[in-house]
Design a protein around this ligand. Structure first.
Ligand SMILES: N[C@@H](CCC(=O)N[C@@H](CS)C(=O)NCC(=O)O)C(=O)O
Length: 250
């Protein structure tokens, strides 16, 4: 199921596609009555936010954005994310005195926003722990997401079989997994220390996807600490529910 879903995601879209979609019209999803509106799809980048909303216990309406239909290039969507990618979150009861709804794109930014809104899963400003968590969140955003995404693209979606690209991104994915495994051996619990944080929520969907789908290309038993951590997080009911938010199969 994962395989089918992920074959076409996180792809580079050509200008040709963009011109085509400019002409199409699709209805803007109905806005629900919950304070938070989520526009997403159950890919690893989208799943981070499904997990977070469940973990934070926030009320939300979820709108499935089918990126294979280029909904992300429609004008209404570009207004909420000019970068045309899921996930996007709109909060009609934002933090602070500002009564105007806030719209946030980029999953890392959404996670920090939700943590600040609720005071959960990210330590307060001024603590060392906060920056350790942000460090690992940024590591996911700049390393794991793009590199695992490229590895998946060249192994499963690319129209050309390019051995150099396949090896380059698979090697980098393996290196990143080793970095995580070593870190988890040090903390002996969660990614940035003793507490479960938004860094774990960001890293989990990508690592789970990659370990499951690329088992045959990874060395056996190479990541014992990751295996333990995957179970610890994967057993959480909020995570199991969050993974399915905006799933095409539900
Ligand atoms: N850095 C972004 C990446 C988001 C992203 O790449 N989303 C993909 C799905 S996983 C997407 O919407 N792709 C649509 C496209 O490229 O046309 C984030 O973490 O929010």
């Amino acid at each position: 199921m994962y395989r089918l879903l992920l074959v076409g995601f996180c792809r580079t879209v050509s200008r040709h596609f963009m011109t085509m979609t400019a002409a199409t019209t699709t209805k803007i999803p109905q806005i629900g009555d919950k304070p938070i509106q989520l526009y997403s799809l159950a890919t690893p980048n989208g799943q981070k936010i499904g997990i977070a909303l469940e973990e934070f216990g926030l009320e939300y309406d979820a709108h499935l954005i089918d990126i294979s239909q280029d909904i992300q290039y429609e004008d209404w969507f570009k207004k909420i994310n000019p970068n045309s990618k899921i996930p996007v979150l709109v909060d009609r009861q934002p933090i602070g005195n500002d009564k105007q709804p806030i719209t946030i794109f980029e999953s890392g930014a959404i996670l920090i926003y939700l943590a600040d809104k609720t005071g959960k899963f990210l330590a307060p400003i001024g603590t060392r722990q906060r920056y350790e968590t942000i460090e690992w969140l940024m590591w996911q955003m700049s390393g794991v997401g793009p590199m695992f995404g490229q590895a998946n693209h060249f192994h499963r979606a690319a129209k050309e079989d390019i051995a150099y690209a396949k090896k380059r991104y698979l090697d980098e994915a393996k290196r990143l997994l080793k970095v995580l495994d070593t870190q988890l051996a040090t903390t002996n619990s969660f990614t940035s220390g003793n507490d479960y944080t938004i860094a774990d929520m960001a890293i989990f969907p990508w690592v789970q996807f990659f370990i499951k789908n690329y088992k045959d290309k990874l060395d056996e038993n190479a990541y014992p600490n990751i295996e333990k951590w995957l179970k610890l997080i994967g057993d959480r009911p909020q995570v199991q529910k969050g993974l399915k938010v905006c799933s095409k199969n539900d």
